[in-house]
Design a protein around this ligand. Structure first.
Ligand SMILES: [Zn+2]
Length: 173
């Protein structure tokens, strides 16, 4: 099979015949990876909306104009990602295509390394990062997002930005 369709990031789509997804549903999910507004993302956003949370979608991250989080709470500095099982190498559902195996292994390893780098850079800027696999229960995921958002919001409103708040025991300067 010749793969010519472009991934949004300029990558070829995975060769589906060698990815051996375990079911038609997984195959369909995998084919959507790398795009925004995947079904799991929409499910999470629906649950967040139901909880009364308001958020931004598919936003560039601070200091990383080419990287995006799926759901962003800007004021709370909370970034939420719904990671596709194929593209982000979920331990339960990751598949290694047999064709061009070395290229795919490198590609997927690069994705994972970039995820960890994104996490580190956000954390260094005072952000909190929540990641969910696309196979997660999105209602439960939304509950965890809400908990984090409430905690962040309470921390921010008590004495301003966390980056300017003195640590406990330190004098305010
Ligand atoms: Zn998975």
């Amino acid at each position: 099979m010749r793969v010519t369709a472009a991934h949004p990031e300029g990558l070829p789509t995975p060769p589906r015949h060698v990815a051996a997804p375990s079911s038609p549903a997984v195959s369909a999910r995998m084919a959507r990876q790398g795009r925004r507004d995947t079904a799991p993302e929409l499910a999470l956003r629906r649950e967040l909306h139901r909880l009364g949370l308001r958020y931004r979608v598919d936003r560039a991250l601070p200091g990383m104009p080419r990287r995006r989080a799926d759901v962003v709470f800007t004021a709370a500095r909370l970034a939420v990602f719904v990671d596709g099982c194929f593209w982000h190498a979920c331990p339960d559902h990751a598949t290694q295509p047999a064709s061009n195996a070395a290229w795919w292994r490198e590609k997927l390893a690069t994705n994972v390394a970039r995820d960890r780098d994104t996490d580190a850079r956000l954390t260094a800027q005072g952000w909190e990062v929540l990641r969910f696999w696309e196979h997660a229960d999105m209602r439960a995921a939304a509950g965890l997002v809400e908990d984090a958002w409430r905690r962040r919001r309470a921390g921010l409103s008590s004495s301003g930005s966390p980056s300017t708040r003195p640590a406990p025991g330190e004098p305010a300067t």
